[in-house]
Design a protein around this ligand. Structure first.
Ligand code: SF4
Length: 445
């Protein structure tokens, strides 16, 4: 049987040959490497992945990659054009400019890199982590004047909320939103709340509120603030269960924004039956439910999802088990419930990292999460065989928007005394968001 390593090597060779011939790289600058295809050489979910992000930033949609089918909200920011100096530069030039600017800026500027970023970004990061770890890193470095957040919009907002008022948080490409976060707007959430509170009426028993709002970290600052104002809380994929327990100590039911899968997987693990988890579809009256269904609910799930994690299927797990008997399957809880049930373990990015760190040499591990992270984990543990469950390369298309050209432009702008793409959360929203975040930090299992 052909091993995953052989498949990867063969495909990488094919890709290298195609690149040498100039195939599939219509807008690439000299020596520019196709981004996701370079990682494994396997087929990709969208041929547009060979295009540079500035070729798609102006298009209506999230562009190539996992979020290709998501509708981009009209209000989502668009990135202005990058100077040709950066779009025409080779990889080597960009790396050199980034290193030089970073060195000149010193400790005044810190680069934060999300786990799902491409390697060409991560190599320059001062801190690498998930969204909350990076926001905490911003909080813990009051000496820095600016943070360049190589992640997506909601993450930069959280870093701005937790960092000092004089510290700037910069998103190198404003088109780097998050399709999941954008599936819940504050207007839709407020409409939902009005309908819910009107249908559920006042508290029925004791001190328990009729409903507690809980939002995943992957949501706008406005929604975090909404939760802070309305007795609610924020959660991460690491502490979702603890947060739901916190909420059930205060309310009869929960409304969970915006990821239905994290909400459902967490509630199922707590023994809540699916029949008590209605889905709230924001364009329908009562979210498409009856008043009775809402009254009988324990967790009302917002109809949002992560385009990357919803691609994983039970069929992929079955195939991995058939091809690699003894394979361990680890998935992220943003995957559908059937996938989480079929896996050997489910947890946050940090959980997956730690499980791989602790794996015995020679282990074979199939992972259901973002491809850039999976490839990096394999590089870090060459003694293991680690592969992505999805045979099709499909990176997060919004993370993909942070290209070294944007990072070089951002750092050189800072050197020139400019502060481009600063993400600022208003004081009122930041104050209310902090209430919800602090409740999360104080929540104990
Ligand atoms: S991986 Fe999913 S949740 Fe994370 S930034 Fe991309 S679209 Fe959003």
């Amino acid at each position: 049987m052909t091993s995953v390593h052989e498949l990867i090597r063969d495909a990488a060779e094919r890709e290298a040959a195609a690149t040498t011939r100039g195939i599939g790289r219509p807008s690439a600058a000299p020596h520019r490497r196709p981004i996701a295809l370079r990682a494994t050489g396997a087929s990709s979910c969208d041929t547009g992945l060979v295009r540079d992000p500035w070729a798609i930033d102006q298009d209506p949609g999230y562009g190539p990659g996992a979020s290709a089918d998501d509708e981009i909200p009209g209000a989502a920011p668009r990135q202005g054009p990058l100077p040709a100096k950066y779009t025409d530069a080779s990889d080597e030039e960009l790396t050199e400019w980034i290193r030089a600017a970073k060195e000149a800026l010193g400790e005044r500027v810190r680069i934060l890199g999300h786990f799902y970023q491409r390697d060409e970004i991560v190599e320059h990061a001062d801190f690498v982590g998930d969204s909350f770890m990076l926001a905490q890193a911003a909080k813990e470095h009051p000496e820095a004047e600016a943070f360049v957040f190589c992640g997506v919009h909601f993450m930069a907002e959280t870093a701005d909320i937790l960092s000092g008022p004089e510290q700037a948080v910069i998103l190198p490409n404003l088109a780097a939103g998050c399709s999941m976060a954008d599936m819940a707007t504050i207007e839709q959430v407020e409409d939902c709340w009005r309908e819910l509170t009107a249908s559920l009426g006042p508290a029925e028993s004791g001190d328990l509120q009729p409903v507690i709002p809980v939002t995943y970290m992957n949501s706008s600052a406005a929604i975090k603030a909404f939760c802070g104002r309305n007795g609610g809380i924020v959660c991460t994929s690491s502490n979702a269960r603890t947060v739901l327990e916190w909420a059930f100590a205060r309310g009869q039911r929960v409304v969970f924004f915006p990821d239905q899968h994290l909400g459902r997987n967490t509630a199922k693990a707590m023994g809540i039956p699916e029949s008590e988890m209605p889905l709230w579809r924001p364009h329908l009256a009562l979210g498409g439910n009856t008043e009775e269904q809402l009254r009988d609910a324990k967790v009302i799930l917002w109809n949002g999802f992560c385009s990357v994690h919803k691609r994983f299927t039970v069929g992929q797990i079955e195939q991995a088990r058939a091809e690699f008997p003894g394979v361990r399957v680890l998935v992220h809880p943003e995957c559908p419930a059937a996938v989480v049930e079929a896996a050997d373990g489910a947890g946050s990015t940090e959980y997956i990292r730690k499980e791989i760190e602790a794996a015995a040499p020679g282990s074979v591990i199939a992972v259901g999460t973002e491809i850039n992270l999976v490839n990096r984990l394999q590089e870090q543990r060459p003694d293991l065989t680690i592969f992505c469950l999805d045979p099709v390369v499909c990176p997060c298309s919004t993370m993909y928007r942070i290209h070294p050209a944007y990072l070089a432009w951002t750092l050189e702008s800072l050197l020139a005394g400019e502060t481009p793409n600063r993400i600022t959360v208003s004081e009122a929203v930041a104050d209310d968001s902090r209430v919800a975040l602090e409740r999360m930090l104080a929540a104990r299992p």
